[in-house]
Design a protein around this ligand. Structure first.
Ligand code: ZN
Length: 246
């Protein structure tokens, strides 16, 4: 996806910008809406005829295209998983961009800037477009595929009735599911990675890791950079079976 040539100046700002994702948490509106208790879908994926491939420009047009591609790819992936296990699939209702605090609300709570969330109350994904474009420019297009994959995974957890006791378990599983969606998509030919994309995933996961001082059981904990990378790449390499699904 990403061509890293010519991308420069990736300084400490990367960590600052992206760390905000963690601070605000990325699942809003509770996780207990909808989603009957269902067995997890199996790991098999159908080969895809259409291949998604983004290039390495950093324009806003390219950003929008990458977001659309990532959502479409996730939708197709999860539709296949659900159908393969005989379950009805409903896509996440919509994906909303916002640029001001309070512009979008989830279950009556205004979404803050510098964040991306899955809102279970409205079954939508919302992201601060300025923050996301900044991360896209600093880390690369692969980061958007990870980010959307992670939020999309939260919607799938709700559909599957998965609710862990601790936020960190819910989050690390979403990272694993995002990894599985991307790894399986690469293996099926639906997604083509370019040189540097794996490194972009790594870099993105490092940037979204919790502060090492944060207790793992704290509300809003997502996991350290190492835990998040481990989960993501476990899913990426071994598919959904490695995420407690399938
Ligand atoms: Zn999350």
């Amino acid at each position: 996806m990403g061509d890293r040539a010519g991308r420069q100046g990736r300084g400490p700002i990367v960590g600052l910008v992206v760390a905000a994702l963690v601070a605000a948490g990325c699942m809003a509106g509770g996780v207990d809406q909808g989603g009957p208790q269902q067995p997890a879908p199996p790991r098999s994926a159908q080969p895809e005829s259409q291949t998604t491939r983004a290039d390495g420009t950093t324009s806003v047009a390219e950003f929008k295209q990458d977001i659309e591609d990532a959502v479409r790819l996730a939708e197709r992936y999860w539709a296949q998983q659900f159908r393969a296990s005989g379950q009805r699939f409903t896509p996440i209702r919509r994906v909303v961009a916002y640029s001001r605090e309070g512009e979008v609300a989830c279950a009556g709570q205004a979404l803050p800037r510098n964040n991306a969330v899955y809102c279970s109350a409205g079954d939508f994904i919302a992201y601060d477009v300025n923050w996301s474009v900044a991360a896209f420019r600093q880390i690369g297009d692969a980061f958007l595929f990870y980010l959307l994959g992670h939020e999309y995974a939260h919607g799938m957890q709700v559909r599957l009735g998965i609710r862990y006791n601790f936020t960190i378990q819910q989050e690390l599983q979403a990272d694993c599911m995002a990894g599985a969606y991307l790894g399986d998509s690469v293996r099926s030919g639906a997604l083509e990675l370019e040189d540097g994309d794996l490194e972009e995933f790594r870099e993105g996961l490092l940037a979204v890791g919790d502060d090492p001082d944060q207790p793992w059981f704290a509300e809003g904990s997502h996991g350290t950079a190492e835990q998040r990378s481990d989960s993501f790449f476990r899913g990426y390499e071994k598919s959904l079976g490695a995420c407690g699904l399938g």
